[in-house]
Ligand binder design. Structure first.
Ligand code: HEM
Length: 451
């Protein structure tokens, strides 16, 4: 017998198949979309590292949470997977809003685009944005004073939006950036809910979505046209995209640039804003960590604003962020589709199946993390390298990884040097809202205490 025939021929364990009955499918859809993360965590607990679900007659979905399986899908056999239908569906998936940008494209097209865009994220290029990041954070702080209530998720979302607007599009026009952000937010709520109506039906939600998307497309088209006309290099990512040429001397079309810009907007502001919101929430609950963070900042900065050069001397600030992204990974789940029959974890995953990599489950697994629910930036971890992947790994690793880490540390250092954010009395724990990014559910209000 060969190894292949020894491989487990049967499906991995999992919940009972959801047949073709529409009502059963709807009931299941509502059950999962109501609380997708906890439903999946429950499956891993009950069925183990590889969970299988059959949906309808032929759709097979696999859920993975083991570091070795992340390595198989993202690195070792990365070329046997493409992004899943939930990314590529131009009607209800991410591609509806992102088109064929870096997050949703695959194969040779994705490779060409990644090569064209990569230079925009080289260290020297992004380092030039550090001053802008600090300046915009200081601008935000002008509206703060001792005792002010801060709706932290709104405030962080607005700040990171202003930062991507400046660094990607060199625009300070808030309404432009907000139109893009609004379309993205409306889309997420629709994509993650259960919408039983056909898209052509003008339900209030569909009309609202279409209107927001049109407003966004108009803003982006106007920016591209303006910039092509002026042919000016403004040092932002849009200039780089407009000037980039591939090996055959070919540049990008307006449609390609539109897709990449909206992609960078979505990928670049929500994720960082959520990482920061969760960090402030954790710091407010852990005064001993907050105090240590402040000691480090005070020791190096003595009250002045941070610069890029300071970051090397702020290791604890980085540990705080890293630990926060372990507990609340902004991208909590990644989906792929198998291009061929492919073996993962001893099972054959048939061609066409969907695979979900659950970063949240892996970051909370007691096999790799002692007291996994505990916020401990100092943890001495013996976890395997693959057990911590907030930015993913392999060829599809986050292109904005260094940009995001620089931005988040600069914001954290600028704000925490001047304010301590505290909980308002006793509040129930903040729940998670797992959309594309892992958001805090509802508003999170904290009190700013001046230092
Ligand atoms: C804390 C902040 C961030 C986190 C945790 C994060 C995480 C991730 C993850 C996990 C992926 C892989 C998704 C998948 O393969 O399904 C990804 C991809 C990506 N990210 Fe980020 N990201 C962050 C910030 C940013 C920023 C600031 C930008 C750009 C300004 C960015 C741009 C992208 C792009 C374009 C991709 C697709 C790359 C490709 O497939 O070639 N991200 N990110």
């Amino acid at each position: 017998m060969t190894t292949t025939t020894l491989l487990k021929q049967h499906n991995p364990p999992g919940p009972p198949p959801i047949g073709t009955n529409l009502l059963a499918q709807l009931r299941f859809g509502l059950h999962v979309t109501g609380d997708p993360l906890n439903v999946m965590l429950g499956w891993f607990k009950q069925y183990g590292d590889v969970v299988h679900l059959q949906f309808g007659k032929e759709a097979h979905v696999y859920f993975l949470a083991h570091p070795d399986h992340f390595h198989t899908v993202l690195v070792e056999k990365a070329n046997q997977f493409h992004k899943a239908g939930s990314y590529k569906d131009t009607k209800r998936g991410l591609a509806r809003i992102l088109g064929n940008g870096l997050v949703t494209s695959d194969g040779d097209y994705w490779r060409r685009q990644r090569k064209l865009i990569q230079p925009a994220f080289h260290a020297r290029r992004i380092e030039a944005y550090a001053e802008e990041m600090v300046r915009l954070t200081q601008l935000m702080l002008q509206g703060w004073q001792d005792g002010k209530t801060i709706e932290i998720n709104d405030v962080m979302m607005r700040l990171t939006l202003a930062i991507v607007a400046k660094t990607i599009l060199d625009t300070d026009i808030r309404s432009d950036a907000e139109k893009i952000a609004e379309a993205v937010t409306i889309f997420q709520h629709l994509a993650f809910g259960v919408d039983i109506f056909p898209l052509w039906l003008p339900t209030p939600a569909h009309v609202k979505q279409r209107k927001a998307e049109k407003a966004m497309d108009d803003v982006v088209a106007a920016l591209i046209t303006q910039r092509r006309k002026s042919a000016e290099d403004r040092g932002d990512l849009l200039s780089m995209l407009l000037n980039s040429l591939d090996e055959s001397g070919q540049g990008m079309t307006d449609q390609q640039i539109r897709d990449e810009i909206v992609t960078l907007f979505l990928a670049g502001h929500e994720t960082t804003a959520n990482a920061l919101s969760w960090t402030w929430y954790l710091l407010a609950q852990h005064p001993e960590v907050e105090q240590k963070l402040h000691e480090e900042l005070h020791g190096i900065l003595h009250g002045r604003v941070p610069t890029l050069a300071d970051l090397k001397q702020l290791p604890y600030t980085e540990l705080v962020l890293e630990e926060s992204m372990r507990l609340y990974p902004p991208v909590w789940n990644m989906s792929r589709q198998a291009l061929t029959d492919v073996e993962v974890g001893g099972y054959i995953i048939p061609k066409g199946s969907e695979v979900n990599l659950n970063t949240y489950a892996m970051h909370h697994d007691p096999r790799w993390w002692d007291e996994p629910e505990h916020f401990n930036p100092h943890r001495q971890s013996s976890a395997p390298k693959m057990a911590y992947l907030p930015f993913s790994t392999g060829p599809r690793v986050c292109i904005g990884n260094s940009f995001a880490l620089m931005e988040a540390r600069l914001i954290l250092a600028t704000v925490a040097s001047r304010y301590r954010l505290k909980m308002i009395g006793r509040q129930p724990p903040v729940q998670m809202e797992p959309l594309i990014a892992l958001r805090p559910k509802g508003r999170v209000s904290l009190i700013a205490e001046a230092r």
